[in-house]
Design a protein. Structure first.
Length: 334
């Protein structure tokens, strides 16, 4: 049958098919992580890992969460996994401004990195989840992500003999919604990034760990740039929320933290991300509007975007071109 004949017989299907194909989410990335992930190891430079709120971190739970993370079985049409938006090659961030979910629908914000989220005190850009376990289930029910329900996902897992055995090995009560959340969170808790040149310079006193450019960038970070005010501690984040004016005044409005607290002072505030592995996680900011680290430094150098809720710590930095270059070099060394 010719293409012309197909158009006459089923025009709607033919017209719809190219659109759906173009908007499909990308293939789920392969799991290229080391064969074994230790539930105990913590890299140089990081604080001891906080304990999980209601479950010990075990090898069986980490392995189960890892399998779930890369498996699209949690999505409504078996096309989207956690790894679809938190891609390993992009530092477990989205690798784009808007992640694609079931049916090609796009999320409202960039998928942030999962590095060192074991140290998190609030999750999502607006902090609407208090624990990793709570965060883990929300994408399953988000219509722009996995577009399913937790109950339906649990049903699919219970119908899978391999998963029934894996859950039974990891948890006394087998496949439940709570254990699904605990397993994914267990895997996310071992995604730790440390032992960087900065850590070897600071912790071991290795003077040659940083180049002269990176060392000058560290000085700028702690001095003229005052970056530590928000990106503080061993994980380079205060786990707080700040308004820098990113996306302020754009339509449709994204109210940020305000959507959770309903406090006007929180309008336009977003969570401070870790800078660990930041060279991998472009584009930057909650909306992916800054494509490179050079763009990020230029944004802060000019004092961000003025608005009524701008964080009081924000001010023009007046960096020279060489200083901007060295600050970027330092960030990449993390």
């Amino acid at each position: 049958m010719t293409r012309r004949a197909v158009v006459l017989v089923a025009p709607l299907a033919l017209l719809a098919a190219p659109v759906l194909f173009a908007e499909r989410p990308p293939p789920v990335p392969a799991d290229t992580l080391p064969k074994t992930l230790s539930p105990d190891a913590v890299p140089l430079g990081l604080d001891p890992r906080p304990a999980a709120p209601d479950a010990p971190l075990t090898a069986a739970r980490v392995a189960l969460g890892r399998r779930l993370f890369f498996d699209p079985i949690l999505s409504a049409d078996n096309t989207v996994a956690c790894a679809s938006c938190h891609r390993p090659e992009h530092g477990f961030s989205g690798g784009g401004a808007r992640p694609r979910g079931v049916g090609g629908r796009t999320g409202a914000r960039r998928a942030p990195t999962l590095f060192n989220r074991a140290y998190g005190t609030a999750f999502f850009w607006d902090g609407r989840a208090a624990t990793l376990e709570e965060q883990a289930l929300q994408p399953i029910e988000n219509p722009d992500e996995m577009a399913s329900s937790v109950a339906a996902a649990v049903g699919r897992l219970r119908a899978d003999a391999a998963y029934k055995d894996l859950f039974a090995s990891a948890f006394d009560d087998g496949v439940t919604a709570g254990n699904l959340a605990r397993a994914i969170a267990s895997f996310e808790r071992v995604l730790l990034r440390g032992d960087s040149p900065v850590d070897r310079f600071r912790q071991r006193g290795e003077r040659t760990a940083l180049t002269s450019s990176e060392l000058h960038g560290l000085w700028l970070y702690e001095g003229k740039g005052q970056c530590w005010r928000c990106h503080t501690g061993t994980n380079f984040t205060d786990e707080g929320f700040h308004n820098t004016g990113v996306s302020w005044g754009k339509s449709p409005e994204d109210a940020g933290r305000h959507a959770v607290t309903r406090q006007e002072a929180d309008r336009g505030k977003y969570k401070t991300p870790t800078l660990r592995g930041v060279r991998l996680t472009a584009p930057y900011m909650h909306d992916g509007s800054l494509k490179t680290l050079e763009d990020v430094i230029e944004f802060y150098d000019r004092g961000c975007v003025a608005n009524p809720n701008l964080d009081p710590a924000i001010r023009p930095l007046k960096l020279t071109p060489d200083e901007r270059r060295d600050l970027v070099a330092f960030l990449k060394s993390l």
